[in-house]
Design a protein around this ligand. Structure first.
Ligand code: ADP
Ligand code: MG
Length: 262
């Protein structure tokens, strides 16, 4: 049997000495789409940050395996190199670095052999032209203006455009597992549709996705393998797409209460 792509067992983590994740167990197979829902403060973004290797969190227990290897033992860049990607809930701006240069560096870092160490810092690495050429169709797919390529990463972009820019990076890097933290928050209907279409396309092409969302509406475009509800740092319910409908109808409270009474 092939190993699952991601296997979390009783993962616990804290930030600034405060326990946030209290035992998260989750298995994501290659190419699967998992939806993670849950009230504000449940720990969804913390889970994504811990998996990506955010230094602000301390893992205090449990295990996380990626393709069978100990994910927690790897530096954040090594996790990315092995095919893990995080699209941030609040994408950060990188003043002074254009999206094109950022992606050239990211693609180059994923293929260390392609960038000989003797190349000067100012020389364009071999991947540069290929990255620049691939960037324009990715921008067009998400209805972003061509000049976003030469603008600073997330500089002078609206909230929705920043979310789209995260998806452009995803399209360029083609990870094995994408953690998408509320890619649909704050989007107008057209932006939602184009983001959902891209997520659906990547999933169809074999990318595994953990989609953190509050909204059922994105699930009109996507067919999740599993839906999970997280509360107080744990997954309290898992099910199919009907679980998202249950959340939409009744909110999180009945689900969380049920678990506490068990
Ligand atoms: P969600 O994404 O589910 O809304 P978060 O993971 O962002 O929840 O946050 C979970 C809880 O952890 C919240 O109470 C939040 O205030 C707290 N938290 C998150 N990051 C930090 C941090 N770096 N330092 C202190 N507390 C944090
Ligand atoms: Mg969050």
């Amino acid at each position: 049997m092939t190993k699952p792509l991601l296997e979390l067992s009783q993962l616990a983590a804290s930030a600034a000495g405060v326990a946030i994740l209290r035992g998260v167990s989750l298995t994501v197979g290659a190419g699967e789409l998992h939806v993670l829902m849950g009230p504000n403060g449940a720990g969804k973004s913390t889970l994504a940050g811990v998996l990506a290797g955010h230094p602000g969190y301390q893992v205090t227990g449990g295990t996380a395996r990626f393709c069978g290897d100990d994910l927690l033992a790897l530096a954040p860049d090594e996790r990315a190199r092995r095919g893990l990607f995080l699209a941030f809930q609040y994408p950060v701006s990188v003043p002074g670095v254009s999206l094109t240069d950022f992606l050239i560096a990211a693609v180059g870092a994923r293929q260390p052999a392609a960038v000989p160490s003797v190349v000067s810092r100012h020389a364009r690495p071999p991947a540069a032209d290929a990255v620049a050429a691939r960037l324009q169709p990715l921008l067009a797919d998400l209805r972003l203006a061509p000049e976003v390529a030469s603008r600073d990463v997330n500089g002078d972009l609206s909230g929705g455009e920043k979310k789209k820019s995260e998806l452009v990076q995803l399209g360029m890097l083609q990870p094995r597992l994408a953690l998408l933290d509320e890619p649909d928050s704050g989007l107008d209907v057209d932006a939602l549709r184009s983001i959902a279409a891209q997520i659906a396309r990547h999933h169809k092409q074999g990318m595994a996705i953990v989609l953190i969302t509050h909204y059922n509406r994105i699930l009109a475009y996507l067919k999740p393998d599993q839906v999970h509800v997280m509360a107080s740092g744990r997954i309290v319910r898992s099910g199919g797409a009907d679980l998202a409908e249950e959340v939409e109808r009744g909110g999180y409270e009945p689900l969380v209460k049920m678990k506490n009474e068990k």
